[in-house]
Design a protein around this ligand. Structure first.
Ligand code: MRU
Length: 353
């Protein structure tokens, strides 16, 4: 199968400079911001200049490279200690996505035995580039496995954005859709708008448009109706963290889609790389859910949509129990049926870095 390139490039590492596409401005403006310090990197992740679990993992890794350069005057042991502290801050910048921890720990494991500053700086940079390229490959394989379960003609409902804007490659759930489309499946996407940050409306429809995929934008509240009408053949979503039993945290609203899909007998798939699994937790109950600023719910384009004094709650993610998931599409194959067992098996058989 030929390699599929995506058109959108959300992160660039050029001549030791970290540039990120400011996703808050999409689809209207394509503007890159240079992140010159670890503080810039942490704030870009928190403010969702960059977003999507695999992409913030990649950003975290390059963020460690930025930090290593920023503190290059320190002696080796002091630099390593500094990077450990910065790594902890990066990990907590968005608490639900496990990819942050995965990427930072990989970087730290690469350097802990090094004893001179220059080798640490170049090893961090090399590891960050590796993490970026590795995600390109993972997405491609997820796309190939996932495309095998897409009917020749399919109406696919998805939520949030899981494409090139959320990963290093073609995406996870969106990568499956894109691969099926490139393999001549007749796919039509229903993009759920994804209140309050509108990743579905702003980013997924943009990626569909850029890739020539037929797409209809619907409000989050229309998803049940569309299923009831028989308009949806399957649902595919991404993940921010998957527990050992298959329970999956993803964008707020995913859980209700999964429950509705079960009610209407519609397959509900998650697509995610193994870097999104957290085997240190047994179930979704243990996944920390990021609570974001209530402004995101109360305001649209800086204007209140409710009485100013009203309290709002803004959980950014929810957890879908494994019992609602028809399968998890990974770069090593599709996990089905006994999710706990198949997750354990796949992690026992793959060589992890
Ligand atoms: O808040 P976001 O935009 O970072 O949330 C992103 C999602 O929920 C995605 O579905 C998930 O990170 C997987 S991206 C391949």
């Amino acid at each position: 199968m030929k390699r599929i390139n995506s058109k959108v490039q959300p992160i660039l590492w050029e001549h030791k400079k970290l540039l990120v596409l400011d996703q808050r401005l999409l689809p209207h403006e394509k503007k890159y911001l240079e992140l010159t310090s670890c503080k810039d990197v942490i704030s870009a992740i928190k403010e969702m200049v960059v977003r999507g679990a695999p992409l913030i993992g990649i950003t975290a890794a390059y963020g460690m490279a930025v930090a290593a350069n920023e503190f290059k005057k320190l002696e080796a042991d002091k630099l390593i200690n500094k990077l450990k502290v910065i790594g902890e801050e990066i990990k907590s910048s968005r608490p639900t996505a496990i990819n942050l921890k995965w990427a930072v720990d990989l970087v730290l494991n690469t350097i802990f035995e090094l004893r001179d500053t220059d080798s640490i700086i170049s090893a961090v940079e090399k590891r960050a580039k590796w993490i970026h390229n590795d995600d390109v490959d993972r997405c491609e394989k997820i796309g190939e496995y996932g495309a095998s379960i897409i009917p020749k003609s399919a109406n696919i409902l998805t939520i949030c954005n899981t494409g090139a804007l959320a990963t290093g490659g073609i995406g996870t759930a969106f990568g499956v859709i894109l691969t099926a489309h490139r393999n001549n499946h007749n796919v039509h996407v229903y993009a759920s708008e994804t209140r309050p940050r509108q990743q579905g409306a702003r980013l997924t429809t943009f990626e569909c448009f850029e890739n020539g995929i037929e797409c209809t934008l619907i409000s989050d509240t229309a998803c049940g109706y569309m299923m009831q009408k028989g308009n949806i053949d399957l649902v595919i979503a991404g993940a921010d963290r998957i527990a050992a039993n298959g329970d999956t945290a993803n964008k707020i609203g995913t859980y209700q889609l999964a429950v509705l899909a079960k009610e209407h007998n519609i397959p509900f798939y998650i697509a995610a790389p193994l870097s999104t699994f957290d085997l240190s937790i047994n179930s979704g109950v243990e996944i920390p859910i990021e609570e974001r600023d209530e402004k995101e719910v109360k305001e649209i384009h800086g204007k209140h949509i409710c009485v100013k004094e009203i309290k709002a709650s803004n959980p950014a993610f929810d957890v879908t129990s494994g019992k609602y998931i028809s399968g998890i599409i990974t770069e090593k194959g599709i996990l089905k049926d006994d999710l706990s067992g198949s997750i354990r098996k796949i992690f026992n058989t793959v060589a992890l870095v």
